[in-house]
Design a protein around this ligand. Structure first.
Ligand SMILES: Nc1ncnc2c1ncn2[C@@H]1O[C@H](COP(=O)(O)OP(=O)(O)O)[C@@H](O)[C@H]1O
Ligand SMILES: [Mg+2]
Length: 359
């Protein structure tokens, strides 16, 4: 590890971002407002982030020469999605500070290690069993019963890589469909609400969390976020405490999103982690004093954190697939703020943009 605890970048510094998606794009826009320049590293041509960045390197995450040049030109490195190969992060860590640290990235890449880390720190998760073969799955079903959800431990997103088991007979088909030897069976949580908390921490250990927000999914993809979540104060307190515990235990520098379930009795159960800006934080662009992207840039560049205060009650609606064609309608809507990602091709299920309805 490099000695970087005193890292504090000034305007003009270069922030290297692995990944070229919309989260990188909106981070680069926020960075530009603070006078920073972003260098995007992505295998993808014409990526959303590249449209607004100072520089883009198009190369594979395994290309060590390209990674070395990228690191040489960056003052700090980060990433905008979790599925960066861990070897890439470890390679870069030897050259420049990378935040959040690769050890956090590694935990967030595996559903099992994520849940173990949480329970080791006293945080409740859905009862689960790791399964590496079909016999173990049968044993896990006997223990956890159905309904339950079988998920691949790695690379899942937007409900991809998971199968709901309504009864034990559905196990064989689900196992064959997932075709993995690294899976997790989770008891199905009869939750009342899904919420999330986004928290940032800088290299001085300062912490700031956004108020918990409420998330509604359609076809396993986030559709709507309501900020703030309509929950009891005691529930919000539990959620914020989970976020604080995780950020500190992980020794976070950067931003962390924590997805959680609220049970009917008000208890909060952690679902998953993401050490990056998160779709459920997009409301903050128009509803909070400091948006999550600016907060992320502040945290990794060694600045003080901004206020996470909610200024306006906000409803964030994702524009998924063809829904993006309605953008002119939203431009003409009072109190609607349109954010488009510049993706060349519209596909079903693809996040193309979002709208924040304020107040
Ligand atoms: N154990 C569970 N019990 C009930 N619902 C679940 C459970 N795990 C996941 N879900 C539902 O599926 C959605 C996606 O699962 P998640 O684990 O967040 O994976 P990802 O977001 O990576 O696809 C969750 O937001 C929730 O609605
Ligand atoms: Mg999720």
């Amino acid at each position: 590890m490099l000695e970087n605890s005193k890292l504090s970048l000034s305007p003009g510094a270069i922030i290297g971002i692995l990944g070229g998606g919309q989260l990188g794009r909106m981070s680069a826009l926020a960075a530009a407002r603070l006078g920073f320049r972003c260098h995007i590293f992505t295998p993808e041509n014409n990526s959303p982030a590249s449209h607004v960045a100072f520089k883009t390197t198009i190369a594979n995450y395994e290309d060590q020469d390209a990674l070395r040049s990228f690191a040489n030109e960056s003052d700090v490195i980060t990433y905008e999605f979790e599925n960066i190969p861990i070897e890439t992060a470890l390679f870069l860590e030897r050259l420049k500070p990378i935040y959040p640290s690769p050890s956090i990235l590694a935990i967030s890449q595996h559903r099992g290690s994520e849940k173990k880390f949480a329970t080791d720190h006293g945080i409740k998760v859905a009862p689960y069993e790791l399964v590496t073969n079909y016999t173990e799955l049968e044993r896990a079903i006997t223990k956890l019963k159905t309904p339950s959800i079988l998920k691949t431990c790695r690379f899942g997103y937007d409900g991809k890589g998971q199968e709901k088991l309504s009864d034990p007979n559905s196990a064989k088909k689900a196992w064959e469909k997932l075709a993995t030897n690294d899976a997790i069976l989770e008891q199905f949580v009869e939750f009342e609400k899904e919420i999330s908390v986004i928290i940032a921490r800088n290299n001085n250990g300062a912490l700031e969390a956004y108020p918990p927000v409420e998330n509604q999914h359609e076809n396993h993809i986030l559709a709507i976020t309501l900020a703030p979540a309509k929950i009891e104060e005691a529930t919000a307190k539990q959620a914020l405490e989970i976020a604080r515990t995780l950020a500190e235990a992980l020794d976070l520098i950067g931003i962390l999103a924590i997805e959680m379930f609220v049970l009917t009795n008000g208890q909060v159960v952690m679902n998953e982690l993401a050490p990056r800006p998160h779709n459920s934080g997009h409301w903050s662009q128009d509803g909070a004093v400091t948006c999550q992207f600016e907060q992320f840039i502040r945290a990794i560049s060694g600045q003080c954190l901004g206020s996470t205060k909610l200024v306006k009650t906000t409803k964030m609606v994702n524009l998924i697939g063809d829904a993006v064609n309605d953008w002119p309608k939203y431009l003409g809507t009072l109190n609607a703020k349109v954010h488009l990602y510049g993706k060349a091709e519209t596909k079903p299920g693809r996040k193309m943009g979002h709208v924040n309805f304020i107040d």
